[in-house]
Design a protein around this ligand. Sequence first.
Ligand code: PXG
Length: 447
Amino acid sequence: MASAPETVYDRMPNDLSAFWMPFTANRQFKAAPRLLVEAKDMHYTTQDGRKVLDGTAGLWCVNAGHCREPIVRAVQEQVARMEYAPPFQMGHPAPFELAARLARMAPGDLDHVFFTNSGSESVDTALKIALAYHRMKGEGQRTRLIGRSRGYHGVGFGGISVGGMSPNRKFYGGMLGGVDHLPHTHSLQNMAFSRGQPEWGAHLADELEEIVALHDASTIAAVIVEPVAGSAGVLVPPKGYLERLRAICDKHGLLLIFDEVITGFGRLGTSFAGDRFGVVPDLMTTAKGLTNATVPMGAVFCRKFIHDAFMQGDNTHAVELTHGYTYSAHPLAAAAGLATLDVYQEEGLFERAAELEPYWQDALHSLDDAGPVVDVRNFGIMGAVQFDPRKDSPGTRGYDIFTKCYEKGVLVRYTADILAMSPPLIVSKGQIDQIVDTLAESIKEAA
Ligand code: PXG
């Protein structure tokens, strides 16, 4: 509970109108605001003093739980020592250390790390590196980018172009030219209520061969997918699907990009999805769990051959990649990142996630027969429950269940008639039960 006297940080604001909220139904929210004022470990405290169990790790990002003391301390110490240093033609020690540790953690030879401030920036950075790489190799005609239907790659123009969420795209005209999309991998008919990876659907990767046949491999730079699609409501790749995508990319010289903004940093019980699936991409985009969301930061991981292609020639004073952000490798983010990796490692949180996965799976699938549920999906410590939409008002059933859960003290993530869950990896079995019991009750009441 916030302590008196009230400050701007914990009182209800007098005026909600000026803040145009992101990805929010502003008018609906402002009529009945949900404000959070404190967070610790697995819980938020609301503005009216209620504890809410965080079933979503914030937005899939607070993997170690909230306000963890070592991370808070590292950021406090860094802000008092040096709050900012320019990252262009200058440096400071922490991001070198952080990049080296990340390179050691990453699968295969994803040995070089470019820092950004968000998942969206990581995606646009990776797409630019892919295009520039081909150009460096004398294949500048490889400009086409392949995404996937229902994919989410953030909100930059690159990310929405390869993304496959139609509401995010429809206002923005042609965006990038030369983009095509694979079909998504979800099918209620063939995989509803799968536990973990569906058996059906590896053949959907063969659509990449069709796209290559249509455009010719010599025009295609890269393929980007989320190993497990998060925002679309936890779409788990069919067994063998990612392996097949990798093989087709290799055959045609296409770079494979895994967008691991959600799946990275333990969400699947391994450091990255690439480890879990045994598939190493050529570029990997991350953010969120990199700093436990304490300070915004993203990172793009590159395989050695990509990085090395930029480091050729005698002109060593030339900038190799004309790209970067004022806040790339920001000191507070780097400090948060280093402290976060320590917490993950010292507490064995990725292993803990792997151990909890069977319990999480069984708990979620106890909802298989609950009222209007048409699918329950899970992988790692990610899960989603999908509802039959109400006739004439799609999305309202999901919203009603989401608000009931919140009133009962559990935060889940609402996207139309799908609710997604991704609690911090410190979640207890009792708290998993609480999430699922609250969902079950709310589903019954909102039916
Ligand atoms: N790629 C992936 C796979 C993501 O999930 C981004 C890129 C963009 O990251 P930034 O940091 O620019 O937001 C994301 C972000 C949701 C939800 O509830 C998901 C995200 C963000 C907000 C909400 O599904 N993912």
